[in-house]
Design a protein around this ligand. Structure first.
Ligand SMILES: [Zn+2]
Length: 462
């Protein structure tokens, strides 16, 4: 939903991590047309997954997975496994760009240029940041246009033509110019004033900055890219608000976002906190999800809220940020001692040091990928459990997991899942739903008996 953080957004990448918590995503081709490689939109409850005395979660999970056409699975595996390589290429390409900036003296030249504009130091930082952002965006463009435009189109996940896509990139650049400029100004101010303890105060300021961005994003940043409207169809909102009330969530409105402007992925999220907390469904989910699936997704999102995941994320990122700045403090001294003169960097308070800071941040981020993913995957698993108990829609969950499987490999190995997955894999999500169903068989059979015969299929999509 939010354009992916790229290398040139290094300093503010942390802030957007929290925004990227989409729940269930998938791909919907042109309405009415189902290419062979797409996942089935309305998933039948397979006979093996019907409530019966012989119900077995493993067999039910395999029966669900067997509904995925081989071509669809091959395509999503290829897309997702290609993503592993993209992490490496992004890292290496970014490192080369940053090393060029340092070794060719471009960073020092931008600093000297900024000093000619004014004697006022905070303005130096802003002018340097604008030059840095522009230059790294241009140098990084070949990879970002491949990764975010051509590759997304190749797998049928993108809906934008080149013009509007480029428009969104420029908007993203403007947001980064303002937010990144403010953060850079604050951090360099701290480094210049507090030479010995700067890394502690920089951690505090970065964390506070992140919290502010998360707070204002739903109201001030998301609308720059998408239109968010209040949903007023009671057929959709009433079951969601009823589920919210039953779980002690005082939401009065449900919002819809026109994510189909950029992408075919389904998603929903709970964003903001305190008074800015809101539940948002994207239009792809509303158009393609069955009522059971929407309830399952909403139960998951409510889980994030009730389990205080936003506050836990802030705590987690707080720890990560302190560790990062402590390592940065040490690594900057070490590298400047060796190469500072060659790169014409006068010290850590010199804005010309920025490419080195971003390079060290990207090494840190690259190494920390499995830890960040494991944190995210763990909270997503918790939200799944909460969502199953709240919505009581294990088959809706299975359908959601299959939709998500359109761009995520369904059945990875355990090491692969540990390193690369920020949500539990589709197979594990279906298995968790079927295990829940096995433990709640009397309830499921009672529900089925109330509807007459056991449900042959999930309700038709709207
Ligand atoms: Zn989630």
């Amino acid at each position: 939903m939010f354009p992916r953080a790229k290398l040139y957004r290094g300093l503010i990448v942390f802030c957007f991590c929290l925004l990227a918590c989409g729940a269930v995503s998938g791909q919907s081709p042109t309405p009415g047309i189902q290419p062979l490689t797409a996942m089935p939109s309305v998933v039948q409850v397979p006979p093996e997954a019907q409530p019966s005395p012989n119900f077995n979660p493993e067999t039910a999970t395999n029966a669900y997975l067997a509904q995925i056409p081989a071509a669809a699975r091959a395509r999503s595996d290829a897309y997702f496994e290609g993503g592993y390589w993209m992490i490496l290429w992004d890292f290496l390409y970014g490192a080369i760009v940053l090393l060029l900036l340092l070794n060719l003296g471009w960073s020092a030249a931008m600093r000297t240029g900024a000093e000619r504009v004014t004697r006022f130091k905070p303005v130096h930082t802003i002018v340097y940041w604008a030059q840095y952002l522009l230059l790294t965006s241009i140098l990084g463009f070949p990879l970002s246009v491949y990764e975010d435009y051509f590759r997304e189109h190749k797998y049928g996940l993108a809906t934008q033509t080149f013009g509007p896509w480029m428009g969104d990139q420029l908007k993203g650049l403007a947001v980064n110019l303002v937010l990144g400029g403010i953060l850079a100004m604050l951090l360099f101010g701290i480094v210049r004033k507090l030479q010995r303890t700067w890394w502690i105060w920089a951690s505090v300021v970065t964390l506070c900055f992140m919290i502010v961005v998360v707070l204002i994003a739903p109201v001030y940043i998301v609308p720059i890219f998408n239109k968010v409207t209040r949903l007023d169809d009671p057929k959709v909102t009433q079951p969601i608000l009823s589920l919210a009330r039953a779980n002690g969530i005082s939401a009065h409105d449900v919002f819809e976002i026109d994510a189909s402007r950029q992408s075919t992925r389904m998603s929903a999220n709970v964003s903001g906190f305190g008074n800015t907390m809101r539940i948002t469904l994207n239009d792809n989910l509303l158009r393609r999800g069955s009522p059971e699936e929407i309830q399952a997704v909403m139960g998951h999102e409510m889980g994030h809220y009730v389990l205080h995941h936003i506050y836990k994320d802030i705590l987690f990122f707080g720890v990560v940020i302190v560790i990062f700045f402590a390592l940065l403090h040490w690594a900057l001294d070490w590298s400047l001692h060796r190469w500072g003169e060659k790169w014409k960097i006068r010290g850590i308070g010199d804005t010309a040091v920025l490419p080195l800071v971003v390079l060290l941040a990207s090494i840190f981020g690259f190494v920390a990928t499995p830890i960040m993913n494991t944190h995210s995957r763990t909270t997503e698993g918790e939200a799944d459990m909460y969502g199953l108990n709240a919505s009581r829609q294990p088959d809706g969950f299975a359908q959601g997991a299959i939709h998500l499987g359109e761009y995520r490999k369904m059945n990875p190995g355990p090491v692969e899942e540990f390193i690369f997955y920020d949500h539990p894999s589709g197979r594990n999500r279906i298995y968790a739903a079927m295990r829940w169903k096995a433990e709640n068989l009397p309830l499921m059979r009672w529900q089925a008996s109330r509807e007459g015969e056991p449900r042959p299929a999930l309700a038709d999509k709207k």
